[in-house]
Design a protein. Structure first.
Lengths: 441, 190
């Protein structure tokens, strides 16, 4: 989409079309001839995996919408109808429901890849921000999709999440009523959520187009973080990365298929098999696994507005990461201290997700026993959540800004090619500048 | 030689050959501003119905009031009735529960209200509250929690026997709806 084009129309039709709508030229320049760093590892295949996830969700979703009834009376039964009566309906629904989880699994790996290898740094800030927009749209889409089966978890998920907006001072209640279309989650809410759930994936597809456009202006980052300096640092996208991406997609879909066919309910909750009842909240409500870290943050703050702000703030932080990180070194391969903070960040966020699924009073690390009741006392889920929430914030607001100024990075290779072609080009590196290039990804 | 380009051909060129730079607003500027203002006003006028259609519809608003027979609520129990799509708790409190609610000093409360302010005179035994947690809208469970009132299963807000918030993240007491006793055992809610 940018840079000089090497496309040469071969047939008469291609020449005719090329001067009218150069769409084949665009496809050739983006998907075939695009110069791509030759050292990309498998962490870089998740972009392609995510594109396939989006297409899978849209196709299965359009098919489900042919059989689904978006009314408070009919929704739950129409999902049962899909599961029992519609030809292969069970499979299409399980693909769609598990596909959402797979989509989030892939997007989290994709984001961690970006954070570790510094893919958000100049000149890729807009690319990163567009990715954050896609992630926000994904969360909205997934939330509204989860409401549609109209089970107990669907219903109370909708109740809790729409209530976030009632925490806004002064206008919160009016906004809340406006979002619901009533004074409680009901038919009007379900109906509009269905409408928006159908709309948002196409908006995601639009932003994905911008995301790819913004990728193709500066080109890919790579595991060394060293910019492409010459043609010998790159290979054409096809066949090198079309094949590598395709292989990764196949492996990813084996995992996907395993969930669909062997553990389709592994990531759902039994309470969602009960039709929504506005008069009775389930004893223990939890969101889908991909929202659990944020849910833990919400629960860790003993104040309504404060909890909502901490939760949304944790996502807002992602948008400004390019300006929070002060290090001039992109890849954490050459940041010996940062990589450990990053490791703790990933483990801590996973653990925060675990906390999100637990009751706040459960004891994680028992210290002693209560003298009266004999129950274990110690560090509770609530306090572990608080500590991990503080670390999450500290990683972005303290570690990234300060460490970049204090850390001594390792010696980086001069070019992408030099560590690979050390015999010929490695002479340019000072002695002892191994920088562990043999550790690939 | 410098070619003079008149960028605003409808406006007579100034002494230096330019129509607008540094000059008072030309007629073309006025037309631009007026057109943009009209388009902006039009956009706002069109946006309002598009936004307003999401507010509660007339039939939703019409679900005004319900009449509830409270004669079957035995002492120490509650019934749950649906009002405007939300649960309403009608609780027949025991003398001990009323006393516990009445003797709490207001200084201990996050959202200070006396028990008398939350019930009708002469009907202290009947507490009627909207059964929606003021935190994030779950339905609190009856008779659980440290204060014998309600405990919200979602984020652990604890309400006392007057439906007042005592512990947890909820900011306010359970809402007391508008209601009136229309007979010895009849209540009109809404």
């Amino acid at each position: 989409m940018s840079g000089p084009s090497n496309y040469v129309p071969k047939t008469g039709f291609e020449r005719w079309l090329d001067v009218r709508l150069p769409i084949i030229r665009m496809a050739y320049d983006t998907g075939i001839d695009f110069p791509t760093p030759k050292n990309l590892n498998y962490w870089w295949t998740f972009g392609g995996i995510l594109a396939v996830c989006l297409v899978t969700q849209i196709i299965t979703g359009v098919m489900l919408a042919m059989h689904y009834s978006p009314t408070a009376d009919g929704a739950f039964n129409s999902v049962e109808h899909i599961m029992r009566d519609v030809n292969m309906g069970w499979m299409i629904r399980y693909m769609h429901a598990n596909g959402a989880s797979m989509f989030f699994l892939a997007v989290y790996i994709h984001m961690m890849r970006g954070l570790y290898f510094g893919s958000y740094k100049a000149p890729r800030e807009v690319l990163w921000i567009l990715g954050c927009v896609i992630y926000l749209l994904m969360m909205a889409t997934a939330f509204m999709g989860y409401v549609l089966p109209w089970g107990q978890m669907s219903f109370y998920g909708a109740v809790v999440i729409t209530n976030f907006f009632s925490a806004i001072p002064f206008v919160g209640e009016a906004i809340h009523t406006w979002l619901l279309g009533g004074f409680a989650v009901d038919n009007a809410t379900l109906n509009r959520f269905f409408s928006l759930h159908y709309l948002l994936p196409f908006m995601i597809a639009g932003v994905v187009g911008l995301h790819i456009w913004a990728l193709h202006v500066p080109g890919n980052n790579n595991p060394t973080g060293v910019p492409v300096k010459s043609k010998e640092d790159t290979v054409p996208f096809h066949p090198y990365y079309t094949v590598k991406d395709a292989f990764a997609i196949v492996v990813f879909f084996i995992l996907f298929a395993w969930f669909v066919f062997f553990a389709p309910e592994a990531m759902s909750h039994a309470d969602n098999q009960i039709k929504a009842n506005p008069l009775q909240t389930p004893a223990h409500i939890v969101p889908e696994w991909y929202f659990l870290p944020f849910y833990a943050m919400l629960k860790s703050v003993p104040d309504k507005l404060g909890g909502v702000l901490v939760m949304f703030g944790s996502i807002a932080l992602l948008f400004v990461v390019p300006w929070l990180d002060r290090s001039k070194v992109r890849s954490m391969r050459y940041r010996p201290t940062a990589r450990y903070f990053f490791l703790f960040f990933v483990v801590g966020t996973l653990f925060l997700g675990w906390c999100g699924g637990k009751l706040p009073d459960e004891v994680v690390i028992p210290v002693g026993r209560d003298a009266v009741t004999g129950e274990a006392t110690g560090l509770t889920v609530l306090w572990v959540s608080r500590i991990l929430t503080i670390y999450y914030y500290a990683y972005f607001l303290v570690v990234l800004p300060l460490l970049g100024l204090m850390e001594t990075p390792l010696q980086m290779p001069e070019t992408i090619s030099s560590p690979v072609l050390s015999g010929k080009h490695g002479a340019g590196l000072p002695a002892g500048a191994a920088a562990a290039p043999e550790h690939k990804g | 030689m410098v070619e003079v380009i008149n960028r605003h051909p409808n406006v007579a060129p100034g002494p230096d050959g330019h129509g607008s730079d540094g000059e008072p607003k030309s007629r073309r500027d006025f037309i631009h501003i007026a057109a943009v203002a009209m388009a902006g006003g039009g956009a706002v006028a069109v946006a309002w119905p598009f936004i307003n259609q999401m507010n509660p519809a007339a039939d939703t608003l019409a679900l005004g009031s319900i009449e509830v027979d409270i004669s079957k609520v035995v002492v120490g129990q509650q019934i749950v009735v649906k009002w405007r799509g939300r649960p309403v708790f009608v609780r027949n409190r025991t003398p001990a529960e009323i006393e516990a609610a009445a003797k709490v000093p207001l200084s201990e409360l996050k959202d200070p209200q006396t028990d008398a302010q939350r019930t009708k005179p002469g009907h202290a035994e009947h507490l009627i509250v909207v059964g929606v947690c003021t935190h994030l809208g779950c339905v609190p469970n009856f008779g659980t929690g440290t204060y014998g009132g309600w405990l919200c299963p979602c984020h652990g807000s604890v309400y006392d026997t007057s439906g007042r918030i005592r512990q947890g993240p909820a900011p306010k007491n359970l809402e007391v709806p508008e209601y009136a006793f229309t007979g010895p055992s009849k209540v009109k809610i809404g």
